[in-house]
Design a protein around this ligand. Structure first.
Ligand code: NDP
Length: 485
């Protein structure tokens, strides 16, 4: 393994690294070179059992601590993450291939933000007192118990923290299963949490494919499942969790619209479209991949976009000058190449990109299609790669109707200098996380999540507390009981 900061075993259970070589090997591939840089073993049934047992054993005492005590540990972990930001960013780059120019500023940082924010909230989680004449009701905000987090591969550090931080703040235990494509980062988060003082068993990480996620979801000892993944996986996991009437958060895919009106600042709109399509090589769930540009500025928009894309620095993700990395895996690269071919075959105009670069690693050029129509595959399906579809429109009503004509509802954006129009359009977007004259900002203070098939529940912000705790209400009678018999 080239990086000394890499985790030392496949799983982290009950406060320590655990190995079980009986589990199938999962190679860890560095996406920038295609080289194997490590191996982890899929969790065996014994490992899954160990994780569940230790989490169950630890949870009640954790929930019984004061929120302030729990929060202090989370905030300490946040500080430690910031102190190791460089090493964690290198690890994120090894796991995902995303360039250090991103990972140094986004991944561990956003994970630390979540731990700091929910650590701060933990001490203020309360119920309420409801006076009913002499009698009264009080409510207790209680932990759900054992939460399972299942992650996608695009933001392994961030997802591990976005799920872990609110779960732990509310007094739950968590078992986190990263994507098999990016197994490393969550282990480091578990290690840091325990070094920060988290009692053993409260944040366990076990590796594996969906075959490991599935038994976790159906285990009767699990109270909640939070998945970040695609809509088809979401359907399966939601259905399996429903069998046990479990709480769920589903953060699923999208095909989000970005509407650019002809009064927008062209430079900002082009910048917004770049952020909405090419950050993390396009592997972002909330990306605005259907870019609706009002007819009057379409050619000027495409010209400026093309010019700015010439300045992309693609290459070694460990070089901080690089600002565009590879696809996470060969498979993902092939999926995206398939969509590019479909785009060409269905008659979209290729403005730039479309090619694989080099034979080592999984690099694809940032790709822009224009003259895309609503029914084309590249306009209807989530691609999860650096492929922007530009569609043109004439009127506001038309743009709104076409933007909403999708099963997805994760995000939406609008660029205009007419702020009244900006708010009016966003109010009509069937989407959970929206932007006006910006794109893809995800501060921990703001709720994040999807409408329609893009998911249920919200991560981040105070809204996440509702999804990791439950209310108990207690009626207290002060006088005699008046029974009919
Ligand atoms: P997948 O849906 O393929 O997988 C998500 C996770 O679920 C993985 O850890 C996977 O394991 C696991 N899994 C698969 N099948 C099951 C099952 N039957 N039971 C339990 N767990 C299972 O998504 P990707 O990893 O390919 O990530 C890309 C997708 O994630 C995109 O659609 C993207 O939009 C979405 N996403 C959504 C975000 C959001 O917040 N809304 C953020 C980021 C991504 P394994 O892969 O190891 O087999």
């Amino acid at each position: 393994m080239p990086n000394p900061t890499q985790p030392t075993a496949s799983h982290f259970i009950n406060g320590t690294y655990v190995e079980d070589t009986a589990g199938a090997e999962i190679p860890v591939i560095y996406p920038a070179t295609g080289e194997q840089i490590g191996v982890v073993h899929e969790a065996t049934p014994a490992i899954i059992e160990q994780a569940i047992t230790s989490a169950k054993a630890a949870q009640k005492a954790w929930a019984a601590m004061s929120g302030t005590e729990r929060g202090r540990i989370l905030r300490r972990a946040a500080d430690m993450i910031r102190e190791c930001n460089h090493d964690l960013s290198v690890l994120e780059t090894y796991d995902t291939g995303k360039p250090m120019s991103e990972t140094l500023y986004v991944d561990a940082t956003s994970g630390a933000d979540a731990l700091e924010y929910f650590g701060g909230l933990a001490g203020s989680l309360t119920g309420e007192h409801i006076q009913l004449g002499e009698d009264w009701v009080y409510t207790r905000r209680e932990a759900l118990g054992l939460c399972v987090g299942i992650g996608a591969w695009n933001y392994p550090t961030q997802i591990a923290c976005w799920k872990g931080a609110p779960a732990l703040a509310c007094g739950n235990a968590m078992i986190f299963k990263p994507s098999e494509t990016t197994p490393l980062c969550a282990l480091k988060i578990a290690e840091i949490l325990h070094e920060a003082g988290l009692p053993a068993g409260l944040y366990n990480v076990i590796q594996g494919t969906g075959a490991v996620g599935a038994p976790l979801v159906t285990d009767p000892r699990v109270d909640k499942v939070s998945l970040t993944g695609s809509v088809p996986t979401g359907r399966k996991v939601y259905a399996a969790a429903a069998e046990g009437i479990k709480h769920v958060t589903m953060e699923l895919g999208g095909k989000s619209p970005l509407i650019i009106f002809d009064d927008a600042s062209l430079e900002d709109a082009v910048g917004g479209a770049i952020l909405a399509n090419f950050y993390s090589s396009g592997q972002v769930c909330s990306n605005g991949t259907r870019v609706f540009v009002q007819k009057g500025i379409k050619e000027a928009f495409l010209k400026r976009l093309h010019e700015r894309l010439q300045t992309v620095v693609m290459g070694d993700p460990l070089d901080e000058a690089t600002n565009f990395g590879p696809m996470v895996s060969e498979r993902q690269m092939q999926i995206v190449q398939g969509f590019i071919e479909k785009g060409k075959a269905e008659g979209a105009r290729l403005v730039c990109g479309g090619e694989r670069i080099g034979t080592e690693g999984f690099f694809l050029e940032p790709t822009v299609f224009a003259d895309v129509t609503d029914g084309m595959t590249i306009a209807t399906d989530e691609i999860f790669g650096p492929v922007m579809s530009v569609l043109d429109f004439e009127t506001e009503d038309e743009a709104i109707a076409r933007a909403n004509a999708t099963e997805f509802g994760l995000s939406a954006g609008v660029f205009t200098t007419d702020l009244a129009r900006g708010h009016r359009v966003i109010a009509q977007m069937e989407a959970g996380s929206c932007f006006i004259n910006s794109y893809n900002d995800a501060p921990v203070e703001a709720p994040f999540g999807g409408a329609k098939n893009s998911g249920v529940g919200r991560e981040n912000s105070k809204a996440a507390i509702e999804h990791y705790s439950q209310m108990k209400s207690v009626y207290v009678r002060m006088g005699a009981v008046d029974a009919p018999f």
